[in-house]
Structures are given as C-alpha cells and as structure tokens.
Design a protein around this ligand. Structure first.
Ligand code: C2O
Length: 534
C-alpha cells in the first residue's frame, strides 16, 4: 500500500456561468475540485488550508473511516470546523474499499461548489469483476445558482422557505448550451468506435435526484457507492445526491455527436425544476460533424422509470465479493422522516419549515459530538433517540394537525458489533417526498422497500437477505419506506441525514454513537494533535 498526499487550498475563485460572474469557494481554484486517486488499502492524507472567510470542513463521502472518525469531516459532529486561516490534515486508510466515492465540504451549503471525486482503484494486479474498460472518465453532476450560495441558504435557513430552485445543473462544471446565454458546447467526451468507457458518475447536486441518459447508447451499471453490483443494462440511470454510479458505455454508434442529458426526478407534489443539462459524446474524426443525436430525459415525475432502475440493483454477491447481510437483528429501529411546520414560538434556528426524524428536529451542538463522546464531556448530547415514533399515526395518510416537532441533540447508542435493522418511513407532513438518506461510517444493505405504511407483520417476509444492494445513501420513496441492515463494527459518532441539503438544514438528521469494543482494534483512535478547536 502507498501513501497518497494531497493539498487542498480552499480559496475564493471568480467563475462565470450562465453569462454571469461571481466569486465562489473552491478547492485549488477548480469546480468541480480535484479528483483524489488511490488504491484499495492506501493511506490518504489531505492537508486542507482555509484561505476563505468561512468555516470549512471536508467529508470523504462513503469512506468508512474505520476507527478514524476524526477524519470523517461533518462540522460539529466529528470535528470543529477549520476556521479562517486554519489548517487540518485529514489522514485515513481506504481499508477494503474500491470504486468511486467523492468528497465535499460538510458545513452549511459550502458543498455546492466544494466537491470532487475519489477514485479508488483495486489493489495492484486485482482485476475488476467485469471486462476492463478501455478508458475511465469521472462525471460530476452539480447544481448552479446565479445568486450567491449564501442567499440560497438564507431562504431555506433564516426564512424557513422552500429552497430557491437552482438555475442550472452542471456536468463536470458545465451546464451545456442554453438558449438564454451563448455558452460553449458543454462537457465533451471523445470516443472511438468499438471502445468501452467507464463513467464514474457522482451526484454532487444539493437538492436534486437526477436522471442520466445518453442518446442511442445503453449504460451497463457495474457499481454503486463503491460496491459492485450484478451488471445490468439500462437506458436511464437514477442517481440521488450523495450517490455514485459506475456505468460502462460501449461506443456502438457511427460518426456524430450524441447528447448526454441530465434532469431532475421529482415525484412529490412540490418544487418544479425541469432544467436539462447536456454534454456530448463525440466520435473521433467527426468532431466537425453537424449530426447531433438528441435525447430527452424522462419527464420529471417518472416514478416507473425510477422504480425500474432501483429494482434492478443487486449486490454482486460473488465468491470474491460476498454480500455479508446481517441475518439476525439486535436493534430493530423504525424512524419516520419528513417535513413539518413548527409553530413559530419554538422555531429552530428561526425556521418555520422544519424537518425531523421520529418527530425530533436535530439541533446542531457547538462542541463536536465525537469529542464529547471520546472525552466524556457531558451536556453536549443525550443518547435517548427513540427507536420508534413516540406517537404512531397513519404516516402516509391524513396527517395529524398541530403536530409540532421536538428539538434536541439526541443520539442512538449501539454496542460495538451489534446488528441494526432500520426502517425509514416517509411521512406526508406538508408533502411526501423522496429522501436520499446517507449514513456516515458504514455501508448498509437495502433489504426492502415499499409504498405506503411499513407493515411489520408482513413486509419483513419479503426482505431480500441474499443479494440486496449495498450502499451508503439510499432513497426513501415518496410516500413509502425503505429498510436497511448494517453491523455497527465502527466505533465513533456517525451522522445520518437526508442528502437534500435543504432538508438537512431544516433538521432531518441524527447520529449514532457506537461504543468501543473490548478487542485491541475496536476503539476510536486518539484524536490527531491538529484537530480544530471550536
Ligand atoms: Cu455526503 Cu453527511 O454527507
């Protein structure tokens, strides 16, 4: 194994998009930021130097951080943020992980412009479990606002209003040509007929699940969230914020240009945003060709297209890569997730719209939770997060009125190596909506999914405990539920939240505290000496 050293200078960068220039926060002046490349089991160090006036922290989304929670990154969860002028070296090992992950700022909405890909190649001489593609390409999908990100946050956070809908989506930083602004042609991928290309797709958008399509080309999905899946072929990929997908495209077509289209999936009866971003495949020798094959993304509310994609996902579950689904359950948890209106006397952070898990709107602490846990500092959090809703109701039917949320910094405590089954139930408070839920520190198996209210007597009989897809971020369907299982084999404090940034801002988040085990390698390592202070 090797040590891979990176330096991230967090700086202000003048950027022009949609015919408008503004200053944005970037790493090393780039949007998207630099790609980290390493191999399985390598050690990665990233020296982050904060040259901007904002607090900064970086999360390595999907990196398990076995016992190294100090390097996980979410501000006030595992570390205090790096203050202006501050430096922090993230140091972690990619133990047993390979595939595409990504990194992003994890404080307020800074991740809008502070993000990039992590490419973890297999160990030397270890092949992919599929034919090696001729070329690999990182494709980062983002979201762009003409106004300052601060104005966008304020609308959601201070005013408690619905999010300001973005002005464009981007593919590797470029929205593609748009009628109102003579931009360049968008991201181009040059291909040779007959060759294969593995796209490492990252959804770094703040608030949108996205459909991805290429004109006249099929996509063979081989991996999601850095875990191999049984390969399957599709016209359309669905990817939620936080998720990554590796798909192989074979250049089967003739001379010409083939458009790539990216547009939102949203089947909730709320926000509309139908902006399509485009990029293109250019077959070699035909760059000047005027023939462009167009492609239309699925309509925004295409639930069947989304379901077909999701239902195709299975763990590879081969002899080399077995699916180690926990077959017994020590902790059976049932969490409702949703939005709510808080009667304004008890507004959280001045918000009117709030979001909650089991009716608890999470309040960010001012001391990092991992420090409070490690050093036994009392008064920072409580570990009484409820294992089920305090008051059951018809989650997807008529909602109770005047259902104000409670607030608190509550965690759920898990003994080392215990197994967890967690059913995430969407609710119709305000409106049902799909929520991509991300768990830090673990991968989990998605053992079940359904529409309506979860039925504890019936639904578990249909769980897939053989080859369920394993991932770190999963969509809970609009007006439905998703069941996941994982083993709490990573001591520390691990954040879980909706990866729609606006919902996290409103409080759709909680954390697990996993106690140390008794064995020699079952405890959180001591904090590094340069860990930022609050
Ligand atoms: Cu990708 Cu807690 O985030």
């Amino acid at each position: 194994c090797r040590i891979r050293n990176y330096k991230f200078n967090v700086v202000m960068t003048n950027t022009t998009k949609l015919c408008k220039s503004k200053q944005i926060v970037t790493v090393n002046g780039r949007f998207p930021g630099p790609t980290i490349v390493a191999r399985e089991d390598d050690i990665v160090t990233v020296k982050v130097v904060n040259h901007v006036k904002y607090n900064v922290s970086i999360h390595w989304h999907g990196v398990r951080q076995l016992r190294t929670g100090w390097a996980d990154g979410p501000a006030y969860i595992t570390q205090c943020p790096i203050q202006p002028g501050g430096i922090y070296v993230y140091n972690f090992t990619l133990t047993g992980q390979r595939g595409t992950l990504w990194w992003h700022a994890h404080v307020l909405w800074l991740r809008a412009t502070v993000h990039g890909a992590i490419v973890i190649l297999p160990k030397l001489r270890v092949p992919y479990p599929f034919p090696k593609p001729n070329k690999e390409v990182v494709v980062v999908l983002g979201e762009w606002w003409k106004s300052d990100t601060e104005a966008v946050i304020n609308q959601a956070q201070k005013l408690g209003q619905a999010p300001n809908v973005s002005d464009a989506h981007t593919i590797n930083g470029n929205p593609g040509p748009i009628a109102s602004c003579l931009a360049n042609g968008g991201f181009k991928l040059h291909v040779d007929q007959g060759k294969t290309y593995m796209l490492r797709i990252v959804n770094a958008a703040l608030n949108e699940e996205l459909f991805f399509r290429i004109a006249d080309h099929k996509l063979k999905v081989v991996e999601v969230d850095a875990l191999y899946v049984k390969p399957f072929t599709t016209d359309t990929i669905l990817i939620a914020p936080g998720q990554t997908t590796n798909a192989i495209v074979t250049a089967t077509q003739k001379a010409g240009k083939y458009l790539v289209a990216v547009a939102p999936f949203m089947d909730a009866p709320i926000a509309v945003d139908n902006f399509t971003a485009t990029a293109s495949l250019h077959y070699s020798g035909t760059v000047t060709s005027t023939v462009t094959k167009l492609v239309a993304p699925p309509p925004q509310n295409s639930t069947p297209v989304a379901n077909t994609f999701i239902n195709s996902l299975r763990s590879l579950n081969s002899a080399t890569y077995p699916a180690k689904v926990p077959l017994t359950v020590d902790h059976s948890l049932f969490f409702t997730i949703g939005l709510g209106i808080n009667p304004c006397k008890t507004c959280v952070n001045g918000s009117r719209v709030v979001a909650d898990i089991n009716n608890i709107t999470f309040v960010m602490p001012t001391t990092a939770l991992l420090q409070a846990h490690y050093f036994n500092i009392s008064g920072v959090f409580t570990d009484d997060f409820p294992s089920k809703p305090l008051m059951p109701y018809n989650y997807t039917g008529t909602q109770p009125t005047n259902f104000a949320t409670n607030k608190g910094t509550k965690l759920y405590r898990l003994p080392y190596n215990s197994t967890v089954q967690l059913v995430l139930q969407d609710t119709g408070m305000i409106a049902p909506e799909s929520h991509p839920i991300h768990l830090h520190g673990f991968n989990f198996f998605v053992v079940g999914r359904g529409i309506g209210n979860f039925n504890p007597n019936k639904d578990p009989k249909n769980f897939n405990l053989v080859d369920p897809v394993e991932r770190n971020t999963v969509g809970v369907p609009t007006g439905g539920w998703t069941a996941i299982r994982f083993r709490a084999d990573n001591p520390g404090v691990w954040f879980m939240h909706c990866h729609l940034e606006v919902h996290t801002t409103w409080g759709l988040k909680m954390a697990f505290v996993v106690d140390n085990g008794k064995g020699p390698n079952e405890s959180v390592i001591p904090p590094p000496s340069d860990l930022p202070k609050c």
